[in-house]
Design a binder for this molecule. Sequence first.
Ligand code: SF4
Ligand code: SF4
Ligand code: FES
Length: 533
Amino acid sequence: MATFKLDGKELPFTAGQTIITAAWKAGIDIPHYCWHPGLSVAANCRMCLVEIMPAPSQRPVMLDVLQLDPETKTYKVTQKPKLQPACQITVTEGMDVRSDTSDHVKKARKDVQEFLLLQHPVDCPICDQAGECKLQDYWLEHGQYGKRMRDEPVHKPKGVSFGPTIVYDAERCVVCTRCIRFMQEVAKDPVLDQRERGNLKEIVVSPGRKLEGNYTFMTEHVCPVGALTTKDFRFKARVWFLRGAKSVCQGCATGCNAWLDFDPRYNKAERYRPRENEAVNKFWMCDHGMMSYLAAHEGRIVDERVSGKVASLRKALEKTKSALDGVPHASVAIVHSAQASLEDNWALAELGKLLGATQSFVARAPDGDKDDILISADKNSNGQGVKLVAPEAKSWADFLAGVGSGAIRHAIALGAMTGDLEADKDKLGKLETLVTIASHESALTAAATVVLPATSWAEQNATYVNGKGIKQASDKALSPQGTSRPGWLHLHDVAKALGLEPTWSKLKDVRGKLGLAEAPGEGVLPTTLTQAI
Ligand code: SF4
Ligand code: SF4
Ligand code: FES
């Protein structure tokens, strides 16, 4: 593989890669504001300047500069090498690049940093980006100068509502144009632009428009500073108190990779952020997905219920046993969930086998809108996972028809949102027994004889198979709420209550049977260590 040198270190690169991209791929950060690997190159912030050493046959490109002589207090003309933006220069074989090892580069970074902060209000204590702001981090790493400008900074618009989700602060903006480029290039809606010149420059929304649509949150996420904030997360948390767990969005079958940021002091999810995965979501998430972290707390089932009333686990299992007493096991319908994990669906399929059940179905949300960017029409996070463990499962409509005709009278189900809650609840009312293991309220819990509270995706290490068939691990962030427990564990207890011998009692049993690594969880990281690019 072709290589080049960065600070004396030999690094590989592929044809057409820029210096900053090759360094980033090798895990080396060349400081930057405007560069983003998912966007075009703007090369406007100048933070990524590097020194490219001339080849032996080349004449060095030098610039005349005025330098203050501290003794004579006069300026004299001297020369320095012309530094070049690492985000724009394509790597060539044998190129010798100096970044951290060049004094010229160190000085340039410090000067650029001072320039970018010249008019900045430095209102870090009340800024939502504090703790994950590139201006802060790079000042510490490359700035550390004393403030020289004593004039009143230029004041620009603050707290400008760009639309239903985003607020803009022009004084904090470094005009890197990442937000503009994101809306143009990824969201395909060029609704943002810049106006004025120099230190009056600011970002604006097209006249007559608002910043709205399916991808507005991403403008805040690509903003390297605190200029764009979301109305949802604004003034809600200090990021250094948050922890991030590697999560998978449950909003649709795309299965975007995300960080689920939560406050461990209150066991509370605070936001979703995209987590890079070239094969799935690249660097992005949609607005619906970004807000879906709310489901970690909304509509949760947090206790056992018998006939709609809160009960103990013992009572719930006794009721399960008595309700199915004398019922031929083969006649109990098994209802999988296209929204529950692979592990839970596997345990339900196993229970079905132990029962000798002859009918299995899958509950799923109906299809919805889709686009060519990320959003899938399939609004279920694990429809493909159900196909792996229960390929014979029939549709939700078939299940409702069977219940309606009286052919199905008893069922054990994993909970799922199925679209029309009231209509489905009425149809399910015909069942004599319905045992539902669920994390969230749905028609399947509203009509259930027994409800067993399952941990949600945010409270467990679990696997989801996305629409492309990619198995993805989602890690536990929160502690289980109420008396909720993993679905596969409830299914173990249901099997026992029915006098059966389940083949699993631990997560590693389930995962072993599925051929998955023993435990997917890698623990959680401080959010400040999982910052965006
Ligand atoms: S608002 Fe943020 S992303 Fe947009 S130009 Fe300003 S600093 Fe860059
Ligand atoms: S596209 Fe689907 S999986 Fe991705 S963020 Fe949106 S809802 Fe979530
Ligand atoms: S990152 Fe290269 S000029 Fe901004």
